[in-house]
Design a protein around this ligand. Sequence first.
Ligand SMILES: [Zn+2]
Length: 255
Amino acid sequence: MNHVFAIPAFTDNYIWCIHDTQFACIVDPGDAQPVIRALEEKKLTLTSILITHHHYDHTGGIDALIEAYPDITIYGPTNPKISAVQNRLSQGDLVSIQQPQIELSILETPGHTMDHIVFYNDDLLFCGDTLFSAGCGRMFEGTPDVFYQSLQKLAQLPDKTKVYCTHEYTLANLAFAAHVDNNNVELQKYTDWAEKQRKQNQITLPSSIQTQKMINPFLRCNNSSIKQNIEEIMNLSTQSEVEVFAALRQCKDNF
Ligand SMILES: [Zn+2]
């Protein structure tokens, strides 16, 4: 049986650690020092690293971790820019790790970056910077069309899937969500919970696909009230869910 915990890094990153009390696999190590500290404290041996995309705050710790643990295997996108990746993964691939024992499938989710992939199985999803609680990543490299399709892939995962995002952006995202989805009772309830968590210095992750479908405006582009609100705020009209998504993303960038 595996456990998952967050290693905080920088100001608001989470580096997720999957372990079986002996061996560990980590996701998106932007910084090596907090990872090494956490592994030593819990007496865990690192065997593998999963990388979702090329940004430095997700990859910057790889080299130092290879130095500390020379036998580790590194899984990640096909982007050659992430030179340390040994097992390059595309849509539909399966990662099978023995220690800790875990199998994860790959979805390609371009949008935040074009090389972005996510790792998932029946229980959990490591979604990098594609999906955040109540939000989504900035659209640095993709177009609204490809990013929206990527988010729809995640929305189709089972409701119970636990969602492990890589940043604590929840409260800021909720402020924007309330701006465009002001009559959503579930959103208000979740906001009360998240504010309480943060006041007690607790993290707001993982979330679930079910919760995200209820509160995340970027997964609710088919909602008529969100459509109407964003059209009024941005002073435009939208003809499709992709256009609603594009307007939401643009509005959030300047919120
Ligand atoms: Zn990123």
